[in-house]
Design a protein around this ligand. Structure first.
Ligand code: AMP
Ligand code: GLY
Length: 423
């Protein structure tokens, strides 16, 4: 069969690599893709938000299955556009992708269906938000309602900071229309864990757990980023935690969406916080995580295309998801200055070193092929993943492999997976 993948980051590279292993697949296209994805897929220059062009391309090439990697097109209704054209596509429809697209929606859903999450209030009016803050407890968390490249969350320690935050989100509109509404939420403490899952509308199958590192600097300092590295599994995601989430969170979310007439098919990414009062949902995403995917898929044994098809067909109950009994660590190599200001266009050397080395992967995030060779083309440039018998071995392998590649301004965190030592 012919598969089209929509997206251009490290996540889509990992998806393309895994899809390429399926015996069912003869040909892969990626729109728009990147220099790494080209190894597995023919990249076509169509943007992820160009729905008409994507649909026309899929029709022309007789694509059997399209997989959407990114949040923006899902929230914008790309799946509806494909379905209306009679094309098979993996991902939630617009009315279900709202689970990620509106934090106010997801908070109301959790409240209505008793799914554990932080206490909160939604606001459309900045004046009302400011008034509410006068009697609030600090720290407190402000969240722009809509998509904001993972940056629309402000943790405020004082009333002054929170007032500034309301201004940033709702008045200055630093995150655009995403800030027309805002969630103000109780600050929680605990370990964070990401759990990705496949959903076919009624059945949910969770994948192995992972943990991201969102801050730019060592020791969780500096600005929030798209994610600087991950490890999988999380040693803090114990059997007890899993049982609790199975009972109160996972199926409950799928059932709640169905009950609301918003049947969810695709990936639900549960961002969890393991608090003293038990696991609570920090956020939902409606797609694979980036860079969680880069540690989860290398550990997955099951044919990914079979799982995609089962989600579309509503037969996920017949699938047994299997993961290797090992561990993986991904260290993101970014451009110096990310996530604020950085240069692009530096030649990347050493990529060939990964060829033929089992258990080592270099997933491209922001790269481009030019006459000079493959060059940097984004804030996050590469994700270097290594597997190992356990987390410590995987981390040692990943930190060995990051030295195989080089480019000017190569920046990375030195402490990805440090939490492993505390487990
Ligand atoms: P989100 O995009 O909602 O996952 O938020 C981004 C990050 O902000 C999370 O990964 C947490 O580290 C932090 N965060 C979000 N909500 C809360 C909360 N209620 N309490 C503490 N930290 C939070
Ligand atoms: N790694 C967090 C995300 O994909 O949103």
């Amino acid at each position: 069969m012919k598969v089209l993948i929509v997206g251009s980051g490290g996540r889509e590279h990992a998806i393309a690599w895994k899809v390429a292993q399926s015996e069912k697949v003869d040909k892969i296209y990626c729109a728009p893709g990147n220099a790494g994805i080209e190894e597995y897929a023919e990249c076509v220059n169509i943007g992820a938000m160009e729905f008409d062009k994507l649909v026309a391309f899929a029709k022309e090439k007789e694509i059997d299955l399209t997989v959407i990697g990114m949040d923006d097109p899902l929230v914008g209704g790309v799946v509806d556009a494909f379905e209306e054209a009679g094309l098979r596509v993996f991902g939630p429809r617009k009315n279900a992708a709202i689970l990620e697209g509106s934090k106010a929606f997801s908070k109301d859903l959790m409240k209505k269906y008793g799914i554990p999450t932080a206490a909160y209030e939604n606001f459309d009016d900045p004046e009302a938000a400011l008034e509410y803050l006068e009697t609030a407890k600090f720290p407190i968390v402000l969240k722009a309602d809509g998509l904001a490249l993972g940056k629309g969350v402000l943790i405020c320690n004082t009333l002054e900071e929170a007032k500034d935050g309301v201004k940033t989100i709702m008045l200055d509109k630093q995150f655009g229309a995403s800030g027309n509404r805002m969630v103000i939420e109780e600050f929680m403490t605990g370990r964070e864990v990401s759990v990705l899952s496949f959903v076919d509308g009624k059945t949910i199958r969770t994948m192995t757990s992972a943990q991201d590192h969102k801050r730019a600097g060592d020791g969780d300092t500096g600005l929030n980023t798209g994610g600087m590295g991950t490890f999988s599994p999380s040693p803090f995601y114990t059997k007890e935690v899993d049982e609790f989430c199975e009972k109160y969170i996972y199926q409950a979310t799928v059932d709640a969406m169905a009950a609301e007439g918003r049947t969810f098919k695709g990936i639900i990414f549960f961002g969890l916080m393991l608090t003293e009062d038990g696991p609570k949902v920090l956020e939902y995403n409606a797609r694979f995580g980036d860079p969680e995917t880069q540690v989860v898929l290398p550990r997955m044994k099951t044919d990914l295309v079979e799982v995609f098809e089962a989600c579309i067909d509503g037969t996920l109950d017949q699938i047994d998801l299997e993961f290797e009994d090992n561990a993986a660590v991904c260290v993101v190599l970014a451009s110096e200055g990310y996530p604020v200001r950085y240069e692009k266009g530096f030649v990347i050397s050493g990529l060939d070193q990964f060829k033929g080395k089992e258990g080592y992967y270099v997933f491209h995030a922001g790269t481009k092929k030019t006459d000079k060779g493959i060059v940097t083309n984004g804030g996050r440039v590469l994700g270097v993943t290594a597997t190992g018998a356990d987390l410590k071995a995987a981390r040692a392998n990943a930190y060995e492999a990051i030295h195989w590649v080089d480019f000017e301004g190569k920046y990375y965190r030195h402490d990805i997976g440090k939490a492993i030592d505390e487990a």
